[in-house]
Design a protein around this ligand. Structure first.
Ligand SMILES: [Zn+2]
Length: 245
């Protein structure tokens, strides 16, 4: 379905793109009208690197808009989890930070796809007990090097439980964003996987994935109709490949 007629007068190659005030995306990519609120028990904190500027394909804000118990902060460092979150946290060890670093689920002796690891990158003994007690998760939004910067600049993360993911399928971004690793997911996919698993609620993943797919479909349509106006996916400086999408 063509959406060009909705762009108003003056539509053409030079027409400026206006952004949705809620999701900050170009209106052609906005899926706000179909966002279903999810009441999540496990809290979510998304820390976005200030240079993460992928307003077309980024998913942090969309994720936070879906979840009633979510906070999105943009910055490089915070003195503590409480400060980042904006409320007191009794026990940071019951918060899980998703940071892959050099760890890989495939290298560990486990069949789980969410794995708690220790400081040496080794699998923790009491997985089930650790994951059952998790009351909040922290996601680092940005490129690989930006996530790494966030990890190293926020020493309080060492008081939290580190987790890594081994997703059963690669990111739905497909060719739009080349992740350097197969286990690299978008922020919305990581939130979907962790929250639905920790809360045993497959509906959380279904709702978030549906929104993500809608956004990607819109991106594809927009790209076909007005390729000159589509914000390009951010360059992946840390992952160069020959083929371009
Ligand atoms: Zn919007």
């Amino acid at each position: 379905m063509s959406r060009q007629s909705e762009d108003g007068p003056g539509t053409g190659a030079a027409a400026p793109m206006s952004d949705c005030p809620r999701c900050h995306k170009p209106l052609q990519l906005c899926v706000c009208d179909s966002i279903k609120p999810i009441e999540n028990r496990v809290s979510l904190l998304i820390l976005q690197h200030p240079q993460e500027q992928d307003r077309a394909l980024g998913t942090a804000r969309l994720t936070a808009m879906h979840l009633t118990n979510a906070v999105l902060k943009i910055g490089l460092s915070w003195p503590s989890l409480s400060k980042a979150l904006g409320r007191p946290v009794a026990n940071p060890s019951r918060w899980a930070v998703l940071y892959l670093g050099s760890a890989k689920v495939a290298d560990l002796d486990t069949k789980s796809d969410i794995v708690a690891i220790d400081r040496k990158g080794e699998i923790e003994d009491n997985q089930r007990a650790i994951l059952k007690d998790i009351e909040g998760i922290v996601l680092l939004d940005g490129t690989w090097s930006q996530a790494k910067a966030l990890w190293w600049r926020n020493a309080w993360m060492l008081k939290c439980q580190r987790v890594i993911l081994g997703p059963p399928r690669p990111s739905r971004y497909g060719k739009l964003r080349r992740e350097p690793r197969r286990d690299g997911l978008s922020t919305i996919e990581a939130a979907a996987m962790m929250l639905s698993s920790l809360e045993r609620r497959p509906d959380i993943a279904e709702t978030l994935h549906a929104s993500f797919e809608r956004m990607l479909t819109k991106y594809g349509e927009f790209q076909n109709e007005q390729p000159e106006l589509v914000p390009k996916p951010r360059p992946k400086r840390d992952f160069r490949r020959r083929r371009r999408a």
